[in-house]
Design a protein around this ligand. Structure first.
Ligand SMILES: Cc1cc2nc3c(=O)[nH]c(=O)nc-3n(C[C@H](O)[C@H](O)[C@H](O)COP(=O)(O)OP(=O)(O)OC[C@H]3O[C@@H](n4cnc5c(N)ncnc54)[C@H](O)[C@@H]3O)c2cc1C
Length: 356
């Protein structure tokens, strides 16, 4: 039986563990942090979409990601997803071009007028003149999905070790040796699903994985009565309401394509501004902040996922938009690790393009 060691228990590592353990591999997951606190997956906006994309192959992978979420919902038997659709008017001037480009890709994007938006989202004080509706998009609590996958993986026999960091790895005649402060773990195959932590492990092996520095803050309000149905992608930023009634807003406009390289120098001012913006934007009693969190998106240097083989028995899975992409990538890469053939949708995203 293949011994597979996965480094990182975020959504990507958890999905890989779930697929591999259920396929009969002997899986160990090593996570530096405590249970349930994965870096990006624990602090994500959770929007599952095909509308934010960098090129057609990236779009196709995202659409495959959306379908993988639906499969996962059935296989996991969990009720964690909402598919309300997204209303997008992030770039009013680019609306027609966006609709045309997505139409060419066969993706449903419907133009809606101000009057229609007002009916779809009556709490909006000032609906936009036009928006695009992406009816098939959804959202999930990425932290809850990660926990569900880890529980499923453990039930299928995976060993999940928290609070243990991989500090280095070496190829040996018998496979791979992964060093931790508590000793060395041996495996036939190792998968680096360590998000922003992957580059340091690769550097120890002589591979340079360029990563962008992309901090993101998420503001969550106290739960309120239902105000929003759709995910909103607006010039002011993205916004959605979760099942518990909390409004969730990344504290940077265009958070999916955010180019901010530094954590906000004055988070308190940013939070106050964001809250004032939300309160001005939505009808209803004043919203209050429940929590804010800062996390770093794992973004490879060209913005695209880095997924595939690094060396014999060593694999990499690092990506932004990993909530959208993670379930498909886990499915496809698990099959590759098990020797079931290369996944054509993953072919444009091999890590070797990034070794400089
Ligand atoms: C603010 C914000 C908003 C986002 N919004 C969206 C969105 O709306 N839609 C979307 O699709 N994506 C979104 N993303 C991106 C998405 O959350 C990530 O791409 C995804 O969660 C990555 O999952 P991961 O498992 O690959 O990485 P992570 O969740 O970061 O998990 C990697 C894990 O590896 C562990 N680790 C690191 N180094 C080591 C080591 N040496 N040894 C052991 N363990 C290690 C870390 O502790 C971490 O838990 C957002 C991200 C952020 C930060």
């Amino acid at each position: 039986m293949e011994r597979v060691l996965i480094i990182g228990a975020g959504l990507t590592g958890a999905g890989l563990a779930w697929h591999l353990a259920r396929a009969g591999a002997r899986v160990t997951v090593l996570e530096a942090g405590p249970y349930g606190a994965s870096q990006a997956s624990g602090h994500s906006f959770g929007w599952i979409n095909g509308s934010f994309y960098l090129n057609p192959a990236h779009h196709r992978l995202r659409v495959a990601g959306m379908a993988a979420h639906h499969r996962l919902a059935l296989d996991l038997g969990a009720d964690l997803w909402d598919w309300p659709g997204c209303l997008w008017w992030e770039d009013a001037a680019g609306l027609d071009a966006m609709a045309a480009a997505l139409g060419d890709l066969g993706y449903e994007a419907r133009q809606v007028s101000r009057a229609e938006v007002a009916v779809l989202e009556p709490a909006l004080v000032d609906p936009p003149a036009h928006a695009l509706l992406f009816p098939q998009e959804g959202a999930v609590d990425a932290a809850a999905l990660t926990r569900a996958l880890l529980a499923g993986a453990a039930a299928a026999g995976a060993e999940v070790l928290f609070g243990i960091a991989a500090i280095g790895l070496d190829a040996s005649a018998k496979g791979w040796a992964v060093q931790t402060a508590d000793g060395v773990l041996a495996a036939d195959q190792v998968i680096l699903a360590a998000g922003t932590g992957a580059a340091a492990l690769l550097a120890g092996l002589g591979y340079r994985l360029p990563m962008l520095q992309r901090p993101g803050m998420i503001l969550t309000t106290h739960p309120v009565a239902r105000r929003l149905t759709h995910i909103l992608a607006m010039p002011e930023g993205d916004l959605r309401q979760d099942r518990a009634g909390r409004l969730i807003a990344p504290l940077a406009a265009h958070h999916q394509s955010d180019t901010a390289e530094e954590a906000p120098p004055d988070p308190k001012a940013l939070i106050a501004e964001a809250l004032a913006r939300l309160n001005a934007m939505l009808r209803g009693p004043a919203l209050q902040v429940e929590q804010t969190a800062l996390a770093f998106r794992p973004v490879p240097g060209d913005g695209l996922p880095a997924v595939g083989p690094v060396a014999a028995g060593l694999w990499l899975a690092v990506m932004h938009s990993g909530v959208t992409l993670g379930p498909y990538v886990a499915e496809g890469l698990a099959a590759e690790v098990l020797g079931q053939g290369a996944d054509p949708l993953l072919a444009p995203f091999r890590p070797e393009r990034l070794w400089a």
